[in-house]
Design a protein around this ligand. Sequence first.
Ligand code: SF4
Ligand code: ZN
Ligand code: ZN
Length: 319
Amino acid sequence: MLRRCTICGERAVARAAPGRRYLCAKHYAEHFERRVARTVEKYKLLRGVERLLVAVSGGKDSVALLHALHRLYGDRVELVGLTIDLGIEGYSSPQVEAAKQNFEALGVEYRVVRLSKEYGFTIDEASRRRKLVRRPTCSVCGIVKRYIMNSVALEVSADAVATGHNLDDLSLFTLMSIAQGRVDDLVKLAPRTERAGRLVSRIRPLALVSGKETLTYVVVLGAPFHHENCPHAPSDGLRPKLSAMLEALEDSVPEFRRMMYTNIVSNLLPRITRPAEVETQTCMVCGMPASGKTCSFCRIRLRLVESGKNRVATSSLRG
Ligand code: SF4
Ligand code: ZN
Ligand code: ZN
C-alpha cells in the first residue's frame, strides 16, 4: 500500500521515530537534521567552535554527519574534512573514494592521510603481526584514528573534531565499559570532550540518532557511501552479542538506548573524575600527549616499522 507523508501528502519513504510518522524524502531529511541540531544545542557541541575538522570514513554514519553539519551549520562554521586510508585491502580504497566524493560534492576542503605513506604501516599489517603489536586489530585501529584526527586538527587549527559515532555505537560502548568494569572510560563516550592541552576537543553530533536513521538519511539524500563491513570487524565475542541484545531490547522497549545513554551522560558522567595520571605526559618521540614516556601510537608504529627494517636487513644479509 502506498503511504503518504503525514506533512505534505507526497509519497512516503520512511517512518520517523518518535511518533513513527510516515515522511517523504524532504521531510525525513529535515526531521533527521532537527534531531542532530537538538543534540548540538542540548550538549552545546559547537560552543566556541569556528573551525571544525569532520572525520569521514566513507561509511553511512560519517557521510550523514558531514551532510547534516554542512546543511545546518555550513554558513557559520568552517568545515575541514579528513579521511584516513587505513590500508585495509578491499575496504579502505572504496571508503576513501566515497568520502572524497562527498567532500567534493559539498565543496568542503579536505585532507587524505595514508597510513602507509605517512607512518610506514597499515592496519592489515598490524593485524598480521598482532603478537608483536600486542593489541587486537580494532584497538590498534582506534588508536591510529584518534592520533591522526588529533594531529590533523592541530595542523589545520581546528577547534574540535566531529566524529560519526551514533547512538548504537555509544550505547554499546557504554554497556561494554560497564560490563568490563572500565567505568572511568565512560567519560570518553560523552557527546563532547573538552580540549586538554594538545588533545583537541571531540564532538559527536549523531549521539542521539540510531544507525538505521543515519542509513535512511544518506539514502534519502542520495549521498555516496561505502556499506561493506570491515574484514577485521569481530564476528564473535561480547561485542556482537551485546549489540544483538540491545537491538532486541529496543524492539520491545522503544527508545531504550536513548534513555540509557542520556541518563548516563546527565547523571553518571559528572560524578566520574578521571585518574590524574592519564595522558598528562608528553611522548618523547612525537610530542603528543601520552600516558607514559611514549604514546600508544608511537609504540605501535615503532614496533611495526623497526621490526620491518630488521626483517629487510636480515633478508638482505641472507641474500
Ligand atoms: Fe578499524 Fe576494527 Fe573498524 Fe575495521 S572494524 S575499521 S579494524 S575499528
Ligand atoms: Zn513531506
Ligand atoms: Zn608519540
